[in-house]
Design a protein around this ligand. Structure first.
Ligand SMILES: [Zn+2]
Length: 157
């Protein structure tokens, strides 16, 4: 188990390294700070906490709606869900092999585009909420990274 946790930690460090070295493609900590400033300058209409928190919640629903439409309207992806079947004697390191995402197929370009836009909208309102509460997303990201380093492997929270 210790080996597996170490492997996950190494993968995680490599991922963070990749983020930091590909700043032009993926967000690093500094880019989050810039993004929050940009969001603040673009948010004109919905500046009330009530507007921001409900728009943030709505944006999460819109991500799920876009994914549901990829299944029911487009059909590029399917959901084949059933109870996870995990043998009693499986080790922690072997667990991943038994966990099914229940997702079949790949997003087509059109569905991917829609979902990316909805995720972007969600990020916008997350940043707006953080701005209003005086929370820095780069610090949130850093704390989350430290938590993952400490906890190692974990399931859905
Ligand atoms: Zn599609």
């Amino acid at each position: 188990m210790a080996l597996f946790v170490d492997k996950c930690r190494n993968n995680h460090h490599n991922y963070i390294k990749a983020i930091k070295h590909k700043g032009d493609v993926t967000m690093g900590y500094k880019e989050f700070e810039d993004f929050q400033s940009l969001v603040d300058s673009h948010l004109l209409r919905h500046r009330s906490l009530l507007d921001i928190m409900t728009k943030y919640q709505e944006s999460a629903s819109r991500v799920n709606r876009a994914l549901a439409k990829a299944v029911t309207s487009c059909g590029c992806v399917e959901i084949h869900a059933k109870k996870q079947e995990i043998p009693d004697d499986v080790s922690l390191s072997g667990l991943k092999a038994y966990m099914d995402s229940h997702l079949r197929g790949e997003l087509c370009d059109q569905c991917r585009d829609v979902i990316e836009k909805e995720l972007g909208n969600q990020l916008f309102f997350m940043a707006s909420l953080a701005n209003l509460l005086g929370i820095r997303l780069d610090e949130v990201l850093e704390k989350e990274e430290k938590k993952m380093d400490t906890l190692g492997v974990y399931g859905l929270r």
